[in-house]
Design a protein around this ligand. Structure first.
Ligand code: UGA
Length: 433
């Protein structure tokens, strides 16, 4: 099929490259010339495992990029909206980019004779496709949704770092369509994908809610584990021992029960806030989801408090911070738990030596007054204490480097420090164990 994809960020470029890999003719639409040039020259505009290879394979063949909505819509049957949905100043969803993309698509559809389907893949709060995208498309095209063009909502469940794999091997595909015809169109795109479960067909607001519920539930699991972990810590219980057994209950499952510094990234914090915002807007106070955010925001401060309990005043103390990315395998620092931890340490007068295998460069844009190191051992050298904020595999191998921290404090926020031979040498503190 012929597909155009609006937005060449993380979701857009993965969607475009994977649809090309499935044999479709794909055109990316973006306003950023640099991204367009990158895709057309066979390079990925973002760092994501396996994406460069796919774009290199298909660019110039069945994958191209342009800034011209009109030609892309005329030359395709389906357009995906994959643009950002950032938070506004109050944490609610900001739909301005989705609205602008809908308007541009509508104009182009207005100039097209044949049937066209618009698919929202951006994460948007329930009712957005019905109340904003569809009316904007109708107004700017002068056509009628359901009769002249189709509309559908098709959420993504892509983990950063594993997005290509997740797209090609989905556990479910959800299509929330305005009418059967639009849904059938979208469904055909996935004909060659082996989905673990049947393709779920529903309406757009349900599809939107499925996406938010999914992320909110995973975030709730993490905050729940962190709360249990905080209680365990006070009782001298290892929460990992507890959760290992609790996760054996098939109704709970062993995943996303790892307590620690909390969840970050571009999705969980933003999506839980957007859902609480929507909920309040329609007159329901989301007690549990508010608490999920509160627990999460507290975890980095608990680490700094544990540090103070051990070494007292932090003024002029040198603290090594290992891990800046929001999780391993990425240079993404959005909502990383290391950001509030570092801000807290700076506020308390500490000197910081930070190290991350990928994310030093990105963190420099937020904190330019701390020292960045090229190796973990450089950060640990002469430090008074260390906070471990990200679960990088290489931190699990740092036996001798942590040996340099003899008699010093290591606060582990991710359960990665290899304590086996080190417990005698370092003063090891787990955030929740
Ligand atoms: C998340 C979801 O997992 C995807 O299904 C979803 O499609 C995506 O958001 C999205 O909405 O686009 P991602 O943000 O890449 O994917 O990150 P995850 O791997 O889910 O991890 C999120 C955060 O939770 C990380 O900071 C991680 O360290 C933390 N986490 C995860 C824990 O603290 N404990 C756990 O047990 C698991």
């Amino acid at each position: 099929m012929k597909v155009s994809v609006v937005g060449s960020g993380y979701v857009g470029s993965v969607t475009a490259a994977c649809l090309a890999e499935l044999g479709h003719q794909v055109i990316c639409i973006d306003i950023d010339e640099e991204r367009i040039n990158k895709i057309n020259s066979g390079k990925s505009p973002i760092w994501e495992k396996g994406l460069d290879e796919l774009i290199q394979k298909h660019a110039g063949n069945n994958l191209k990029a342009t800034s011209d909505y009109e030609s892309a819509v005329l030359d395709s049957d389906i357009s995906f909206i994959c643009v950002g949905t950032p938070s506004d100043d109050y944490g609610n969803i900001n739909l301005s980019i989705v609205k602008a993309a809908s308007k541009s698509l509508g104009h182009a559809i207005g100039n097209k004779d044949g049937y066209h389907v618009v698919v929202v893949k951006s994460t948007v709060v329930p009712e957005t496709t019905e109340n904003f995208v569809t009316p904007i498309l109708e107004e700017s095209s002068g056509k009628q949704a359901g009769r002249d063009f189709g509309v559908s909502m098709n959420p993504e469940f892509l983990r950063e770092g594993k997005a290509v794999y997740d797209f090609m091997n989905p556990d479910r595909i959800v299509i929330g369509a305005l009418d059967k015809h639009s849904g059938d169109f979208v469904s055909q795109l996935y004909d060659k994908v082996e989905c673990q479960n049947e393709i779920v067909r529903t309406n757009s607001r349900t599809a939107e809610m499925i996406k938010y519920t999914n992320n909110s539930f995973l975030a709730t699991k993490i905050s729940f584990s962190n709360e249990i972990g905080n209680i365990c810590k006070k009782l001298g219980i290892d929460t990992y021992e507890v959760m290992k057994v609790v996760g054996m209950d098939f109704r709970i499952s062993p995943y996303f029960l790892n307590s620690g510094a909390g969840f970050g990234g571009s999705c969980f914090p933003k999506d839980v806030r957007a859902l609480t915002g929507k909920s309040k807007q329609i007159g329901y106070e989301p007690i549990l989801l508010d608490a999920v955010i509160r627990v999460n925001e507290n975890q980095p401060h608990i680490m700094v408090n544990l540090l103070e309990e051990k070494i007292g005043n932090l003024e002029n103390k040198t603290i090594a911070v290992l891990g800046l990315a929001f999780k391993n395998g990425t240079d993404d620092i959005r909502e990383s738990r290391s950001i509030p931890a570092i801000a807290d340490l700076i506020y308390k007068g500490a000197e910081i030596k930070a190290y991350d295998p990928q994310a030093n460069g990105n963190m420099k844009k937020i904190f330019n007054n701390i020292t960045y190191c090229d190796r973990a051992e450089d950060a640990l050298h002469n430090a008074d204490a260390c906070l471990v904020m990200t679960d990088w595999d290489e931190f699990k191998e740092l036996d001798s480097e942590f040996g340099m921290m003899r008699n010093k404090i290591v606060i582990d926020g991710r359960r990665v420090v290899p304590v086996r031979n080190l417990e005698q040498e370092i003063d090891y503190v787990g955030i929740c164990w």
